[in-house]
Design a protein around this ligand. Structure first.
Ligand SMILES: CC[C@@H](C(=O)O)C(=O)SCCNC(=O)CCNC(=O)[C@H](O)C(C)(C)COP(=O)(O)OP(=O)(O)OC[C@H]1O[C@@H](n2cnc3c(N)ncnc32)[C@H](O)[C@@H]1OP(=O)(O)O
Length: 258
């Protein structure tokens, strides 16, 4: 891979955007490498979470304007559609997806953020849906996903003004889920990941499926069979058996009676 650094630590996959000389812009090579990597991770049965990261100053600064600049609207459309499809694939993954943002997320960088389940940001990170200032709209599905995340009114405000917001402002409006101090960012991220990936793989899969169905407007009355099925799948797992045995253990009962 030339544009990404991909790694896996136990049940957690990492994709680092790695074009620092071009401020982590997304060019065709990176799109291709992302497509391959996402496909590989989507078939990885061990995986519980997938983390997207940039480097300290920049998460992703959007589409590669040098490449796009040469193209007409008709020529650029297939490329924009292709990245939209890729981000849709990320949004539909059955593992927890997290944009871990340090530094700047600009344009398409913010579209990646809104395609993930969660955003963890360092306190100095910033977010800018800059597209309107460039005379265009979002192109990769990130505008509508933003609206779904933070509501149409707030989403429209950010998209129309193209203004930059801090991670704390992002947290206030629901774009950012956790903000950590710059110096402790990686350590805090790892602690958070430990918590989020504690459930078993089938439990994570079921919770994610439920969230996706709820998001697409399916009612709980239609989802409960899936919920029952998911719970039944987890039932015989060692994790469940052990936890129940612990709760039912005489020692614990005796303690709670005291
Ligand atoms: C088309 C898709 C659309 C979407 O769907 O959302 C978009 O994403 S539009 C792109 C939106 N992004 C931008 O407008 C970012 C513009 N860049 C900047 O504001 C700054 O470069 C920066 C990201 C804040 C970094 O600033 P700084 O640290 O001062 O570095 P440089 O400015 O010198 O940048 C280094 C290097 O990278 C090139 N660069 C940066 N962004 C892009 C870009 N989006 N496309 C192409 N090239 C980009 C910049 O020109 C420098 O190159 P060299 O001059 O060759 O060193």
């Amino acid at each position: 891979m030339n544009t990404l650094i991909v790694s896996q630590e136990n049940e957690i996959g990492y994709i680092y955007f790695n074009r620092p000389e071009q401020a982590n812009t997304i060019n065709e090579e990176m799109i291709e490498e992302l497509e391959i990597t996402i496909e590989q991770f989507s078939q990885n049965d061990k995986l519980k979470a997938l983390i997207f990261r940039g480097y300290r100053e920049i998460f992703v600064s959007g589409g590669d304007l040098n490449q796009h600049q040469q193209m007409s609207g008709n020529q650029v459309y297939p490329l924009l559609y292709r990245v939209g499809k890729l981000l849709d694939q990320i949004a539909k993954l059955n593992v927890i997806t997290i944009a871990a943002v340090e530094g700047k997320a600009i344009g398409g960088g913010c579209e990646i953020v809104s395609s993930c389940d969660f955003c963890v940001a360092s306190s100095s990170a910033t977010f800018q849906f800059i597209q309107a200032r460039l005379g265009i709209t979002t192109a990769w599905g990130g505008g509508s996903r933003l609206m779904k995340k933070i509501g149409t009114k707030k989403g429209l405000q950010l998209l129309l003004t193209g203004e930059q917001i801090s991670s704390h402002q992002g947290h206030h409006i629901g774009l950012v889920d956790w903000v950590y101090e710059d110096e402790h960012f990686t350590h805090s991220l790892k602690k958070l990941l430990k918590k989020l990936t504690r459930p078993s793989k089938p439990a994570i899969y079921t919770f994610k499926k439920m969230a996706q169905l709820v998001e697409s407007g399916v009612s709980p009355s239609q989802i409960y069979p899936l919920e029952a099925q998911g719970c039944a799948e987890c039932w015989d797992l060692e994790k469940h058996q052990k936890s129940v045995n612990y709760i039912l253990s005489p020692l614990l009962k005796q303690k709670s009676n005291e």
